[in-house]
Design a protein. Structure first.
Length: 90
C-alpha cells in the first residue's frame, strides 16, 4: 500500500469526491466490513492526525485509523478526476 501525503489536497479531494462505496472494519463489527457512508471515512481522516490514506491499486483506497479500525474506499473515478484537475499530468 502506498501512503498518500496529507498535503496532496487535490488528490485526497478527488478520492473522496469520486468515492462510490465505503466499508468499515472495526472490532465492534468483528471486521466484517459493514457498509457505511463515505463521510465516516472522511471524518476519521480529518479528525485523527495519525490516520493514513493509502492507495491499494485499481481505484481502491484505505483510511487506516488504527490496527483495529480502518475504512476501505472504492473510488474508481479518482484518477480521471485528478488528471482533469492537473493538465499535462499524463
Amino acid at each position: 500500500m502506498k501512503t498518500i501525503r496529507r498535503n496532496a489536497r487535490k488528490q485526497i479531494a478527488a478520492i473522496f469526491d469520486n468515492a462510490t462505496a465505503c466499508r468499515s472494519f472495526t472490532l465492534e463489527n468483528s471486521f466484517t466490513g459493514a457498509e457505511v457512508p463515505i463521510e465516516c471515512a472522511r471524518k476519521a481522516y480529518d479528525t485523527y492526525d495519525f490516520a493514513r490514506l493509502g492507495a491499494m491499486g485499481h481505484g481502491s483506497y484505505q483510511v487506516r485509523v488504527h490496527s483495529n479500525r480502518w475504512y476501505d474506499i472504492e473510488s474508481p473515478g479518482a484518477a480521471d478526476a485528478l488528471v482533469s484537475l492537473v493538465p499535462g499530468l499524463i
